[in-house]
Design a protein around this ligand. Structure first.
Ligand SMILES: Cc1cc2nc3c(=O)[nH]c(=O)nc-3n(C[C@H](O)[C@H](O)[C@H](O)COP(=O)(O)O)c2cc1C
Length: 175
């Protein structure tokens, strides 16, 4: 953790990336975030919203956050809890959440499909925008919200893939 904390010191952006596990970040990223607590000041104070936060040292600059995740189900609604968590994490860290990049139908991300290739180009563009110190443009945000395939096609293909994998391994799951 110490080398990571040293690297995070003075960083402009902390990019948090995790597959979606049980509607939230992976255990590994959670442990990392828990250990980031050492960056905070233990004292409490009320903010204008009426909710308490730890004191913020005005001389210390915490990195802004960017959240990235992918999930196995086809709908983007599966990122609801994760999105809520990262918004709260930014509030509690008293830093800015620069953007959220979520890819549903994550099983397709490693495939050479035209919509996936195009999506990855948009992710690159998002990286440039963040690197230039800007928020994600509306055009980029919109492009990053597109599905790769219609939900029913994705589900049919995914189930076929599961059937094949189970059969290859002589495993049986009745549905
Ligand atoms: C333990 C575990 C929990 C998961 N929970 C969810 C979930 O709640 N919702 C979802 O859509 N996908 C879920 N998935 C699927 C992963 O998000 C998906 O397979 C993702 O593409 C994995 O990325 P990776 O290949 O980089 O690990 C889960 C997968 C695992 C292994």
């Amino acid at each position: 953790m110490q080398p990571i904390l040293t690297e995070a010191d003075g960083a402009d952006v902390l990019v948090l990336a995790s597959p979606l596990y049980f509607d939230t970040i992976s255990g590994m990223l959670k442990v990392f975030m828990d250990r980031m607590i050492v960056k905070g000041d233990p004292h409490f104070s009320k903010t204008d919203s009426g909710e308490s936060r730890h004191w913020k040292n005005p001389d210390e600059k915490l990195p802004c956050l960017l959240m990235m995740s992918n999930c196995g189900f086809p709908e983007r609604s599966h990122f609801q809890a994760l999105s809520h968590w990262v918004q709260r994490a930014a509030l509690n860290m008293q830093t800015e959440l620069l953007g959220e990049i979520y890819a549903a139908q994550g099983g397709l991300l490693s495939m050479e499909l035209p919509p996936v290739k195009s999506y990855l180009q948009w992710v690159k563009k998002a990286g440039y925008e963040i690197g230039l110190g800007q928020a994600l443009s509306d055009e980029t945000k919109q492009a990053l919200e597109q599905s790769f395939l219609p939900d029913d096609v994705y589900i049919r293909n995914a189930n076929q893939h599961f059937d094949n994998t189970l059969a290859e391994n002589n495993l049986n799951r009745n549905r």
